[in-house]
Design a protein around this ligand. Structure first.
Ligand SMILES: O=C(O)CCC(=O)N[C@@H](CCC(=O)O)C(=O)O
Ligand SMILES: [Zn+2]
Length: 363
């Protein structure tokens, strides 16, 4: 590490060792914006707690260059992507590589990260697309954080000329999964899928894609809806506490995001990258009317349910699997009334996915 880069760390993070330590040590505070210049000329700006921007010197020659948003810790206990994003940030600040793509790193929920909890009052990943402004949420910890994140995303996207925005909102799941790594593509009416995005994720060892069929108020939906971003919620394995994430499980995505930060596109890691595609057929909502989810607590994501299986019921309605096998993700009976308690899926060929490109991802 050079003196310039060492003093960049000090200028940005003071006595904290790095961005993650700083975020955890100041979790309940709002901080003054500060910046530092790296030896390669890159400016690094910490706009707010957990919000760090890299402004590279070189601008791309493309007509519509890319801006990257890498978010982690929108759920505080999903630590693996927080750790590898922090590693990528440290490497860049220490001069191990130069960031060539304007990038906004966001550690979503500092207070929940300290508490080791998914959230404190409300699920932050339901409060985007302006939902945070409603009377129910606006004064809550997550309502304020969602407003702040939306604000910084807007400033980042709007500055400079026209760009394409790629947003990867990085998560880990509560339960184990048949496909350990999978990506969710938010629903935006009428748009088509960008096959190069699917290729990037497939090369990063993503094993399945879930194409949403209804709008949502998640962070990835927010950037897709408001900034025409190519956005994905990316699930990378199982929730574990800080320090207990096996590095090898996150190597492909870490390596490929590092390449993207350098302005390069990854190559296939092996002869074939196979993926399975699913579309959402039914969103399970806790109706509150004696709602019962007939899915055991320990069931894995993508568990198969044959025709006729009773999935949930309340005192008025029920849902049974209809004509063909369906699969479940994110079953959770403990969510609040009106919240999503799971998603039912149908397996599709790439060409069958709604509004999606027919280009195969397999190489
Ligand atoms: O494992 C679980 O049950 C939840 C994992 C998680 O946080 N998933 C995201 C998915 C967001 C999306 O639908 O794009 C969430 O529930 O917020
Ligand atoms: Zn999550």
């Amino acid at each position: 590490m050079t003196d310039t880069n060492l003093s960049a760390r000090q200028a940005l993070f003071g006595t904290s060792t790095d961005f993650l330590a700083h975020t955890l040590e100041h979790a309940t505070q709002s901080i003054e914006s500060r910046s530092a210049r790296l030896e390669d000329g890159t400016t690094v700006i910490m706009h707010e707690l957990g919000v760090l921007e890299f402004v590279p010197v070189t601008s791309s020659n493309s007509i519509k260059p890319i801006k990257l948003i890498l978010s982690a810790g929108i759920h505080g206990n999903e630590t693996a992507p927080i750790e590898f994003c922090n590693q990528l940030i440290n490497e860049a600040i220490d001069g191990l590589y130069s960031v060539k793509v304007p990038t906004l790193f966001i550690f979503g929920h500092p207070q929940a990260m300290v508490a080791g909890e998914r959230f404190i009052e409300h699920n932050l990943n339901r409060l985007f697309c302006g939902t945070h402004a409603s009377a129910t949420y606006c004064d809550s910890i997550e309502g304020k954080r969602a407003a702040l994140i939306e604000h910084h995303v807007k400033l980042f996207v709007k500055q400079g000329g026209e760009h394409l925005v790629n947003h990867y909102d990085l998560h880990t799941a509560i339960r184990s999964s048949v496909f350990e790594r999978f990506a969710i593509y938010p629903y935006i009416a009428g748009r088509t899928t960008n096959p190069t995005q699917l290729q990037f994720l497939a090369f990063s060892d993503i094993e399945a894609f879930l194409f949403q069929t209804a709008p949502a108020t998640t962070f990835s939906s927010h950037t897709a809806e408001n900034y025409a971003a190519e956005s994905f919620t990316v699930e990378l394995g199982k929730v574990r506490p800080f320090g207990q994430n096996p590095d090898f499980k996150y190597r492909a995505i870490t390596d490929n995001l590092r390449l993207r930060l350098k302005g390069r596109w990854p190559q296939p890691r092996r002869a074939e990258h196979r993926v399975q595609c699913f579309i959402a057929t039914h969103e399970i909502i806790n109706t509150g009317k004696d709602f019962v989810l007939h899915i055991p607590e320990d069931v894995s994501n993508f568990r198969e349910y044959p025709k006729g299986s009773l999935i949930w019921e309340d005192n008025e309605r029920s849902y049974r699997v209809k004509d063909q096998v369906e699969y479940i993700v994110f079953p959770n009976s403990k969510v609040g009334v009106g919240q999503r308690a799971g998603i039912m899926l149908r397996l599709v060929n790439m060409g069958e996915a709604p509004d999606q490109s027919t280009s195969p991802v397999v190489h």
